[in-house]
Design a protein around this ligand. Structure first.
Ligand code: HPA
Length: 243
């Protein structure tokens, strides 16, 4: 039976009351919180900590991925709240991007930099596992929750939201989504040899694309509704893995 690693983002800091918790130490320090085991098929880690107090640029991505790899996961499903830049990414949509552009800086972002481990250059042309994207698409069908197949997430530094000009630049770069946490998580997973897929939850139209300013209350309300759908998709995925 395969153990799925689920990394929860903003709006999904809690999966349930875990029957078992493990607080691992790693060579990179502690992860965002204890690993929460739900039977033999699901281990949950809230990226921003159980109390949602770790900013995107302060997440210890290396510790998180190391801890999940050590737990023996067969792959990682990452849930990310994002802004939408495209008609396929309107607020409330659940999107499985197939590409990303990394605009982050200054984050400890590698296990293979000649310091944390031997220098290596991992292949990353397809940052998200096609196999796990297909599994999630299928889980979406089973759960009756349509997922948008494809998109490009631009990953910004945060924690502030973007300017309208930055969003226009992302559009020119081909981004359809904008978030703050997919990198270096996705490339660390690749370095660790773990299939990784991003389930992006569109919380708002990106900066400058709507007539009204983005508010946190609007984001929270949209995420609260959408995370019910995410739970159904993930439950269907876990169910499929159990059979
Ligand atoms: N930009 C970046 N990250 C986000 C956004 C956004 O508009 N909404 C939710 N996460």
């Amino acid at each position: 039976m395969a153990l799925i690693g689920l990394i929860g983002g903003t709006g999904l800091d809690h999966w349930g009351d875990p029957p078992r918790e493990v607080a691992p130490e790693t060579p990179f320090g502690p992860p965002s919180g204890p690993l929460q085991f739900f039977g033999e098929t699901l281990v949950f880690l809230p990226r921003h900590g159980p109390d949602h107090d770790i900013a995107p640029h302060r997440v210890n991505y290396r510790a998180n991925i190391h801890a999940l790899a050590q737990a023996g996961v067969s792959g990682l499903v990452a849930v990310n709240a994002v802004g939408g830049l495209h008609e396929t990414a309107s607020p409330g949509a659940l999107v499985l991007p197939d590409q990303l552009v990394d605009y982050t800086w200054g984050r400890a972002h590698s296990f293979r930099d000649g310091d944390a481990g031997p220098l290596d250059h991992v292949e990353f042309a397809q940052p998200f596992s096609p196999d796990w994207r297909a599994r999630l698409l299928e889980a979406g069908c089973v759960a009756g929750e349509g997922l948008v197949d494809g998109g490009c997430v631009g990953v910004t530094q945060g924690p502030r939201l973007e300017t309208a000009a930055e969003i226009r630049r992302l559009e020119r770069d081909g981004c359809t989504l904008v978030g703050m946490t997919t990198m270096p998580e996705a490339s660390l997973a690749r370095e660790a040899g773990l299939p990784y897929v991003c389930l992006a939850v569109v919380a708002n139209a990106a900066a400058g694309l709507s007539d009204t300013p983005i508010t946190m209350s609007q984001i929270s309300a949209t995420l609260a509704r959408s995370m019910q759908r995410v739970r159904r998709v993930i439950s269907a995925l876990v169910e499929a893995e159990t059979q």
